[in-house]
Ligand binder design. Structure first.
Ligand code: URP
Ligand code: ZN
Ligand code: ZN
Length: 478
């Protein structure tokens, strides 16, 4: 009779706070012992001095999300979560997106049907609120928050998704009252529309003009406005996919005022630039169209600095999978389609963890503890999944990654398990990849995909930690 289902021996355990030597005892999917010379388990895994981190939590992915523009996301809940697992991610939080005119409840029900028995790893949902009618604001949203949908995203751009400032205020005030966490996509819609019209009129239609249509200032202005709206309502927010200096400056200012404004960034802002969208008018640049667009080398450095000095709370993939070949992805409107008609988004759920471990931790830019905070612990805390997820501690789910390091290899799409036919990071030389991923104690990746559809469980979110943006000196008389 064994007291442990699995014992991982000789690990260099990394948490957001510490790195320490330990064995890890696992029973019924949970971590039940940390220490030396644990009794023999039914399964024994020798980690032999390797780093062992909490499984990644990717707090920003898009799987099987209806787009409404003729393009189709390439990953559903099976291929998306399988890809995540093979890259060391053990929890994902995709988006249940309300179509305008649709009930939010119907969007959630539809998204549960899409997930059904497909997920390989555990998952929660964020909501996307696109139509905050009185019924949604007064009834549906509070009820859904109470049921565990405790975070939602609001868009300031994209015609099918965006809210105006008044709608954002109304929705933020529901978040404040109910204690939910709001994510903001901050880009100024009218500026983008105006620039796009002028670019197209001048015949500048190629993918690379996407970056010209969404310059840094449109992100800066919307970031500033999002902060002001949140400050007025007095509610914490997350600014997602921060791409460069001017947005960082706005958030830093807010944080300096004591406002709880959290920042997320993504691999594309560290490893791609606007040149990745092409230096000529070829269609190839469509592969790297995402919003906000990647910037330049100086902005990349600002994003690295922000990871190094603790400015960023979250490092997510913003995996938005569209195939390059075929006719339902980037080419949904043909190769001659102008940049504004090409599906926004790039794949990255499988490469997120290894890119940051390889180019962040192994180069000495960030500590292993910061890596864990950015890719797992902070995500769990902000979105109500901590302490069951996001740490290596007694009682936590045994979601773990054992790292293989120091054997450089060239990244190419063939080694990935998503259903996308390219990776924007092809050709990069990396020096780390997960050797083993465990989801609730079960091996889902050991160099081969070992997971099974339906293993993943839905996780209702608890209410996130901070309920107020700051303590007001004077309360508004409301
Ligand atoms: O281009 C992007 N980022 N596509 C995904 C949707 C979003 O706004 O995050
Ligand atoms: Zn977004
Ligand atoms: Zn996104």
């Amino acid at each position: 009779m064994h007291s442990f289902d699995t014992v991982i021996r000789n690990a260099r355990v990394v948490t957001a706070a510490d790195v320490f030597a330990s064995d890890i005892g696992i029973h019924e999917g949970r971590i039940v012992a940390l220490g030396f010379d644990l009794p023999t388990g039914r399964n024994e895994i020798d980690a032999a001095g390797r780093h062992v981190t909490p499984g990644g939590i990717d707090g920003h992915v898009h799987f099987d999300q209806p787009t409404g523009d003729g393009s189709v996301m390439a990953d559903d809940f099976f291929s998306g979560t399988a890809s995540a697992a093979c890259g060391g991610t053990t929890t994902v939080i995709p988006f249940a997106c309300q179509q305008k005119g649709q009930s939010l409840r119907a969007a959630v029900d539809d998204y549960h049907r899409r997930a059904a028995d497909k997920p390989v790893i555990d998952y929660a949902f964020h909501l996307i609120v696109t139509d905050p009618t009185p019924e949604i604001l007064h009834h549906e949203l509070p009820a859904l928050i109470a049921e565990g949908y405790t975070s939602f995203k609001l868009y300031m751009t994209y015609d099918a998704l965006k809210l105006d400032d008044r709608q954002i205020l109304e929705t933020l005030s529901v978040a404040r009252r109910e204690g939910a966490m709001v994510m903001l996509h901050a880009e100024n819609s009218d500026c983008i529309a105006w620039l796009t019209e002028r670019l197209l009129a001048a015949g500048h239609t190629a993918p690379r003009y996407h970056a010209y249509s969404r310059p840094m200032l449109v992100e800066r202005e919307a970031t500033h406005r999002a902060i002001a709206l949140a400050e007025l309502v007095d509610v914490p927010i997350v600014i997602v996919h921060v791409s460069g200096r001017e947005a960082v400056e706005q958030i830093r200012w807010a944080q300096g005022q004591g406002l709880k404004v959290y920042a997320e960034t993504c691999p594309q802002y560290l490893f791609l630039t606007a040149d990745s969208l092409g230096c000529d008018d070829s269609f190839e640049g469509a592969k790297c169209i995402c919003s906000p667009p990647p910037r330049d080398a100086a902005n990349q450095r600002v994003i690295w600095d922000g990871l190094e000095n603790g400015f960023f709370e979250l490092f997510s993939s913003d995996h938005a999978p569209f195939r390059y070949g075929g006719s339902d992805g980037k080419r949904a409107h043909g190769e001659d389609a102008s940049f504004d008609r090409i599906a926004n988004g790039i794949p990255g759920v499988e490469t997120r963890m290894a890119l940051l471990w390889s180019e962040g931790v192994r180069t000495g830019r960030i500590t292993a503890q910061s890596f864990v905070a950015l890719t797992s612990t902070n995500v769990a805390k902000l979105y109500g999944l901590y302490p069951r997820k996001g740490s290596i501690a007694i009682g936590a789910d045994a979601d773990l990654v054992i790292w293989d390091e120091g054997r450089p290899f060239q990244l190419d799409n063939d080694r990935l398990h998503h259903n996308v036919d390219y990776t924007p990071y092809a050709g990069m030389r990396l020096s780390a990849w997960p050797a083993l991923t465990l989801s609730r104690g079960e091996v889902v990746w050991d160099g081969e995909f070992r997971g099974r559809a339906g293993w993943g469980r839905f996780l209702p979110g608890a209410l996130p930690l901070p309920a107020r943006i700051r303590r007001r000196d004077t309360e508004l008389p409301l």
